[in-house]
Design a protein around this ligand. Structure first.
Ligand SMILES: [Zn+2]
Length: 326
């Protein structure tokens, strides 16, 4: 059974973690670099591990690794050789596993919850470009070219998770912020080359109906429905205001659980490499309850969210749990 199904068998919802980059910045690390949190992977790995730990402590059932923007192409441009680049991608998985194992070694952390798992982040091609294209799509690449782009990192992540000394079988792939159907299909096809791994596919959306490139989210969900290795489908890094209708549209097309981990709803300015405007919701963690009611079963936060937000979500999820609600 995939880790999502086994947690949802015992709990009404699964709590995903929150932003990694935001939290690193809040703690004073400089991410002004085209490689984003991957820079810290290279220079300050302990900081990443600590944030994973803090999200587990806040109630997250899973940690998304710092590999979103980590690619072999990106790292070799920074002067690493291919082996060093692969090792660094694997390190993102190992740090999350270490944080999880340290957290779970303390029995006091077991109350009312399942053992957390690791979701190895597979960012879109647009994230590698580091110019905000993950919110646009239209790369002009074929399915085969996208498969070729994703293959080497995916292989490294799968291998890192399969290492028996680091917790075999507990890593899945978080294919996230995907702007286009063609990229999701390329990933779905590529997954067949790694038959023992499951993944979630999460799109970025432009409004309450459409993913970033413009396809209807409902159609994307329908296209992915028959892929057995895809354990959940959803939306991330999108304004909370679009989330309830996207959940309802997706839910009609699938029996897989729907996942959502929106951002705070500010807008991203790629030129400034920063977020503008005001958060779209008063309390992210309380708002998330609406997404549960709309039918989402994996809930967390993307950019700008914090361990405090995740702790509010975990609070009401465990409460539903205690009352036996499903
Ligand atoms: Zn995000």
């Amino acid at each position: 059974m995939n880790p999502i199904a086994s947690i949802l068998e015992h709990h009404p919802a699964l709590v995903i973690d929150g932003a990694l980059a935001t939290e690193l910045e809040r703690r004073g690390y400089d991410l002004n670099d085209s490689l984003w949190s991957a820079k810290i992977l290279l220079e300050e790995p302990e900081a990443i591990k600590q944030i994973h730990y803090d999200y587990f402590k806040a109630g997250a059932d899973c940690a998304i690794t710092a590999s979103y923007q980590a690619t072999i192409e990106g790292f070799t441009k920074r002067g690493l050789n291919k082996k060093e680049a692969i090792d660094l991608i694997k390190k993102s998985v190992k740090l999350a596993i270490e944080a999880r194992d340290e957290f779970w070694a303390d029995q006091n952390n077991h109350a009312g919850r399942s053992k957390p798992f690791i979701a190895a982040s597979v960012g879109p091609y647009g994230a590698f470009l580091a110019n905000g294209e993950e919110y646009v799509g239209n790369y002009g690449l074929s399915e085969k070219e996208l498969m070729d782009f994703h293959r080497s990192r995916m292989k490294a992540l799968v291998e890192a998770g399969a290492d028996p000394s680091t917790g075999s079988g507990q890593v899945m792939l978080a294919c996230e912020t995907i702007p286009s159907l063609i990229e999701a299909q390329a990933i779905a096809k590529l997954l067949k080359e790694f038959p023992n791994i499951t993944a979630w596919i999460s799109f970025s959306a432009r409004d309450e109906k459409h993913i970033s490139e413009g396809q209807a989210f409902a159609d994307c969900v329908k296209e992915l429905e028959d892929h057995l290795q895809i354990a959940a489908i959803g939306i991330n890094c999108t304004s909370p205001k679009y989330i309830p209708s996207l959940i309802r549209a997706g839910k009609e097309q699938t029996r897989k659980p729907i996942l959502v981990y929106p951002n705070l709803g500010e807008s991203y300015d790629a030129a400034k490499n920063d977020w503008d405007g005001r958060p779209a919701v008063e309390s992210f963690g309380d708002e998330a309850r609406i997404w549960y009611d709309a039918g989402a079963r994996l809930i967390g936060g993307c950019c700008r969210t914090t361990p405090e937000d995740i702790s509010v979500i975990a609070g009401w999820v465990r409460d539903v749990s205690l009352r036996g609600g499903h």
